[in-house]
Write a protein that binds this ligand. Structure first.
Ligand code: F3S
Length: 284
């Protein structure tokens, strides 16, 4: 059987960097307690493994304020400036694994709001990355996700506006919302800060799914980017299966097929991908 593994399957650059940072800290800081501010990725297996190595997850700002010693790792989503201030006030050591692409948005928002622009973030207000970006503005921010919100957005004419985007936002939707806002009489500066990693993973998954008999998508059931990958693959290949680990793979589905494609969501560790790949490669 021929197995085609998507090159972009699994962790993107920023997530890999953040996860590697935690494991590196575990090795280096044997005498200090290590925390991550929020789960480092949305993958139960990884969080469980880190917990077994003594890494604790801090869920809230209040919990953070209770700490008086230890190392706190900031995940790839980034955090607001306010959180860095708390870390400093509490005398905690901060290891910053914010993805550089997110960090860049923080700098834009800090500078542009400081120069008097009103900031619009195109994204989901509940997403921690968006909340972090918002926390770098000197002035109140507008978060827009829907057509209705874009239509209803109102400011005085000629207001200086700077638009940025959540890194994982859909490009076509971003363009559409920006068009609506740009038609109004503002002085608009648009900075497309969407990261290409998601798009590349989706395009490659579709190309692989187009050419195989069966497609396997690996990822956490709660991962929205894996769900999206599954939808894309299923529309290209009817026999597409969504699994979390090798245990979920139904062997009967793979009997008598010639080619199998594999891809994985952004929070799927490489050892799970390899395990599935090796199993399919050597057992069929
Ligand atoms: Fe990943 Fe950073 Fe892009 S976390 S999706 S490489 S913005």
């Amino acid at each position: 059987m021929e197995v085609r593994l998507a090159k972009t399957a699994g962790f993107c650059f920023g997530v890999k960097r953040a996860v590697d940072t935690v494991y590196q800290q575990v090795e280096e800081c044997k005498n200090e307690k290590i925390y991550t501010y929020g789960p480092i990725i949305h993958n139960e297996e990884v969080v469980k493994d880190l917990r077994s190595k003594g890494v604790e997850v801090i869920e809230t700002e209040e919990e953070l304020k209770q700490l008086t010693s230890g190392v706190v790792i900031i995940r790839s989503h980034g955090v607001s400036k306010h959180i860095y201030n708390i870390l400093e006030d509490q005398g905690l050591k901060c290891v910053d694994a914010t993805c550089p692409f997110v960090k860049k948005i923080h700098r834009i928002v800090e500078k542009e709001s400081g120069d008097g622009a009103h900031i619009i973030i195109i994204g989901d207000e509940k997403h921690p990355e968006v909340q972090g970006i918002q926390g770098w503005s000197h002035t109140p921010v507008t978060i827009i996700k829907t057509e209705e919100q874009a239509v209803n957005f109102k400011m005085p004419e000629n207001t200086k506006i700077c638009i940025v985007s959540q890194t994982t936002f859909n490009y076509n939707k971003f363009k559409y919302l920006v068009e609506i806002i740009s038609k109004k009489k503002y002085n608009v500066n648009v900075l497309n800060t969407i990261c290409s990693a998601t798009k590349e993973r989706q395009t490659e998954a579709q190309n692989v799914a187009d050419e195989v008999d069966v497609m396997i998508v690996i990822g956490d059931k709660h991962s929205s980017n894996t769900q999206k990958l599954f939808e894309i693959c299923r529309s290209a290949c009817a026999d597409t299966y969504y699994i979390q680990t090798l245990d979920d793979l139904n062997m009967n589905q793979l009997k008598s097929v010639k080619t199998v494609g594999i891809t994985a969501g952004a929070s799927t560790p490489s050892n799970i991908i390899e395990e599935v790949q090796n199993y399919v490669r050597f057992n069929f």
